[in-house]
Design a protein around this ligand. Sequence first.
Ligand code: UDP
Length: 344
Amino acid sequence: MGKKNILVTGAAGYIGSHTAKYLLENNYDAVLVDNYVLGNVEAKDELQKIADENGAKFKAYNADISDREKMNTVFKENEIDALVHFAAFSQVGESVIDPYKYYINNTSKTAVLLDIMRNYGVNKIVFSSTAATYGEPEVIPITENLKQNPINPYGQSKLMIEKIMDDAKIYGLKSIRLRYFNVAGASSDTRLGEEHRPETHLIPNILYSALAQKNGENGKAFKIFGNDYNTPDGTCVRDYIHVEDLARAHELALKKLFNGGETSYYNLGSNSGYSVKEVFDTAKKVTEIDIKVEIAPRREGDPATLIASNKKAKEELGFEPHKTLVDMIQTTWNWIQNDKWKKH
Ligand code: UDP
């Protein structure tokens, strides 16, 4: 049997590119689909090199997942065994201000993508879902059977996709939804990293402030969004997972589907959390820079604490994260200082 060929949507984005890299390095072929609204063409070029080095087949398409004409071409030109679907917007704050953007881009377009898959008889998908589908959880750590009750349109847009995937069982669709907690870090060989424009995530934001200070630039204190939450130090607590650990989890989910696994869903986290202040203090140690900080108002849509129970993923996928918070901060620091793609 030949290599499995995986269509990765959003593969020029942050988590998508790291997952495509992992697949290409681990005996899979891959097809990239990205509309480059947020994706980086440099990630696509790097993936091509990685594919060549690993003797893997790799094809890339500039296409929107809901563009039936272009997607028909993708499915006709390639024998696709399964999808890993990342392509989406993912900023909580933006989703509160512009919810239609999220419902159209994330939910509606995924419904079209699933319909296209069905037309081509492809019935396996690993889906990039989120801890934001749980909302403000009543119990910590969060287990997969807790009620999903999102408090922002981003989480809602992803939950709706999960529900569509439930209904799509009637067509024979088998889906594994991976509910990510907070993803951070860059590839340890510094070939890929996080390049969002604008960057909103905690670890890169702290480190961009550190970098500005290192370069002798003025201002740009890092802002802590709220220190009056009901948590031990008043700042939000999150469960951070390294993007390379996360990438590996996708391959385990694919394997499960190829081995006849049924539709299911898993939290991907570490069973422990760090507060914004703790992350900030760790970043000061890693960078050896006394990063400027100020307290800012709360950001809308942020739950106080999100920590994953990772029991189900451990038992059923054999997945456990290996990397630490220091690894996440160090690899991000290496990446942004390198500024390989000259975006900053
Ligand atoms: N955060 C912060 N300052 C920043 C960016 C994020 O205080 O510049 C906080 C944010 O309010 C949240 C946590 O850090 O409590 C993680 O936010 P991030 O955007 O990284 O991930 P999210 O939890 O939204 O997925």
